[in-house]
Design a protein around this ligand. Structure first.
Ligand code: GDP
Ligand code: GDP
Length: 435
C-alpha cells in the first residue's frame, strides 16, 4: 500500500514552508544532519496518530522564469496530480487576495479533498477574520498558526480523515519496486518495456477516483507492484523538467517501495543528480539495484562493461552492496533478468539470521582480526542479534560503544556479508553497551 500524499498549496508568503517544517518536525533535522547530501526541504515523510503519509510543499518547486500567477497555477496543478489530500493555505493577516482566488479556481477542478487552512491566526481575536475565507468555496476554514504551532492537531485530524480507504490486502506478498532517476535516463521506456512482457493485473477497486498509480503484474508465480507508474507515463507538464520535481518524485517512490531501481544513462554517464537520487534510496534503507540503461548506445569493446562498473563503484562507494545490471529498454537486452534480480534483493532485504549463526560468524571474525583497543582499553564484543529486517539491522552488545571504530565495524559487516547473502540491501549495525 502506498502511503497517501498530502500537498500544501497557496500563494507565496502564506506560510507553506513554515507549516511544512512544523509537520515534518524532528525528522527534517535528522535528515538535514546527514552529511554529503543536499536536502530539498519540499518533501518529507510524516506520521499522525499512526497514519504514515508523504508531505509536499509545492511552493518549493520553482518552475522557472514564469510569471507569478503562472507559477502558482502550475504548483496547484502539481498538487492535484500528486496528492491524495490538498491543504489550501491562506493567510488571516492579508485576507482574501486575487492570488488566493486563482489558486481556488484551479482547485475546484480537483477531484481530491481540499482542506482550507487559514494561517497566521496567532491569537483568538484573529479568529473572526477567518470567515471571509468562506467565499473561496471550500467550506469551513481551519484556523492555524504555523509560528505558534496552534491548530495543527485539528488540521492533521482532518487530513487523515480524508485519506483514501486503505486498499491494502493484508496477505499481499507482492514485491513493490520503483524506478528512480533523473529525467531522460529512460524510466518510462523501461516501465513500458517491462510491462509489455508481463501479464498486468487490472485491479477492480470500485468507486475510487484515485489514479491507479501502481501497476501490478505477474512473472511466473511471483507478483510485483511497480510503484508510481502512471506518473511516469503521463508527461509534458512544465514542472516535470525541474530537478526538485524529479527528486520529490523519487523520494515519494522510494517511500512506497521495497526495492528501488536506480536508473542511470549509459550514454551520458554518471551525473551529480544521479548521486543525489541514489543517496535518498540508500538512506531510506531500501533494497537497491543499479540499472544502467541505454546500453545499446555504446560502442563496446571488451572493457566497456568493467570500465562502467568501476566508475559506478567509485562514484557510488556507499552502494557497494547493490548489484549492477546493464540493460536497454530499446533492444530489451537483459530486461527478462530484472524480476528475478528484484525478487532476490527483496528476499535479502527481508532476510533474518538466527542468533547462533550470527554469533558464530562474529566470534570467528574476532578470532581472525582481534578487536581494537584505545588507551589500553580493549573493545569487547559479547554477542549480536538481529533486531529487525528491511533493512536487516543487528545490535552488537559490547563493553564500550566508543571503542568500536568505523573500520572495525566495516570489517564485521563484511564478515556478515561473506557468511550470508545480503546482496542489494544495506545492513545496519548498532552497538549497545551491555548492561
Ligand atoms: P511560504 O512562502 O508560503 O512558504 O511562506 P513562509 O513559510 O516562508 O512564511 C512567510 C512569512 O510568514 C515568514 O516571514 C513567516 O515567518 C511568516 N509566518 C509563517 N507562519 C506564520 C504564523 O503563523 N503567524 C505569523 N504571524 N507569521 C507567520
Ligand atoms: P524518463 O524521463 O527517465 O522517463 O526517460 P524516457 O523513457 O522518456 O526516455 C528518454 C529518451 O531516451 C527517449 O527518447 C527514449 O526513447 C530514449 N531511450 C530510453 N531508453 C533507451 C534505451 O535503452 N536505448 C536508447 N537508445 N534510447 C532509449
Amino acid at each position: 500500500m502506498s502511503n497517501p500524499t498530502v500537498a500544501i498549496v497557496g500563494r507565496p508568503n502564506v506560510g507553506k514552508s513554515t507549516i511544512f517544517n512544523r509537520i515534518a518536525g524532528e525528522r527534517i533535522s535528522i535528515v538535514e544532519d546527514t552529511p554529503g547530501v543536499t536536502r530539498d526541504r519540499i518533501y518529507t515523510h510524516s506520521e499522525w496518530l499512526g497514519h504514515n503519509f508523504n508531505l509536499i510543499d509545492t511552493g518549493g518547486i520553482q518552475i522557472g522564469d514564469e510569471p507569478f500567477l503562472e507559477e502558482i497555477r502550475d504548483q496547484a496543478e502539481l498538487a492535484i496530480d500528486e496528492a491524495d489530500v490538498i491543504v489550501f493555505l491562506v493567510s488571516a493577516r492579508e485576507g482574501v487576495s486575487d492570488a488566493d482566488e486563482v489558486v481556488a479556481k484551479i482547485l475546484y477542478k480537483a477531484d481530491k479533498p481540499v482542506i482550507l487552512a487559514v494561517n497566521k491566526v496567532d491569537n483568538p481575536e484573529l479568529r473572526q477574520d477567518i470567515y471571509d475565507f468562506y467565499s473561496l468555496g471550500f467550506g469551513e476554514p481551519f484556523p492555524i498558526s504555523g509560528s505558534h504551532g496552534l491548530g495543527l492537531g485539528d488540521l492533521l485530524d482532518e487530513i487523515i480523515s480524508k485519506f483514501p480507504e486503505d486498499q491494502a490486502n493484508e496477505e499481499d506478498d507482492a514485491i513493490r519496486f520503483s524506478l528512480i532517476g533523473r529525467p531522460n535516463v529512460g524510466k518510462s521506456s523501461l516501465v513500458n518495456a517491462i510491462l509489455g512482457e508481463h501479464r498486468v493485473i487490472v485491479s477492480d477497486i470500485a468507486g475510487t477516483t484515485r489514479d491507479a498509480i501502481d501497476t501490478r503484474f505477474t512473472d511466473g508465480d511471483d507478483e510485483f507492484v511497480m510503484v508510481d507508474t502512471a506518473g511516469m507515463r503521463k508527461k509534458g507538464k512544465i514542472y516535470e523538467n525541474t530537478e526538485r520535481y524529479s527528486v520529490m518524485r523519487a523520494m515519494k517512490a522510494i517511500d512506497n517501495s521495497n526495492v528501488v531501481l536506480v536508473v542511470l544513462n549509459a550514454e551520458e554517464g554518471i551525473r551529480e543528480q544521479d548521486k543525489r537520487i541514489a543517496g535518498y534510496a540508500h538512506e531510506a534503507g531500501r533494497g537497491i539495484i543499479i540499472v544502467v540503461n541505454k546500453w545499446d548506445t555504446l560502442k563496446k569493446d571488451n572493457h566497456s562493461l568493467s570500465n562502467f562498473e568501476q566508475a559506478i563503484r567509485q562514484e557510488f562507494a556507499y552502494l557497494s552492496y547493490a548489484p549492477i545490471i546493464f540493460v536497454s529498454a530499446v533492444t530489451k537486452q537483459r530486461l527478462s533478468q530484472l524480476p528475478e534480480l528484484i525478487k532476490k534483493v527483496d528476499h535479502n532485504h527481508r532476510r533474518r539470521i538466527q542468533s547462533s549463526a550470527l554469533n558464530d560468524v562474529l566470534m570467528d571474525a574476532i578470532a581472525v582480526n582481534p578487536t581494537p583497543s584505545e588507551n589500553g582499553k580493549r573493545l569487547r564484543v559479547y554477542y549480536g542479534t538481529q533486531v529487525s529486517t528491511e533493512p536487516p539491522t543487528f545490535v552488537i552488545f559490547v563493553n564500550d560503544p566508543d571503542l568500536m571504530h568505523f573500520s572495525y565495524e566495516r570489517f564485521l559487516e563484511n564478515k556478515i556479508r561473506e557468511a550470508f547473502d545480503f546482496e542489494g540491501t544495506p545492513v545496519h549495525l548498532i552497538e549497545r553497551r551491555r548492561k
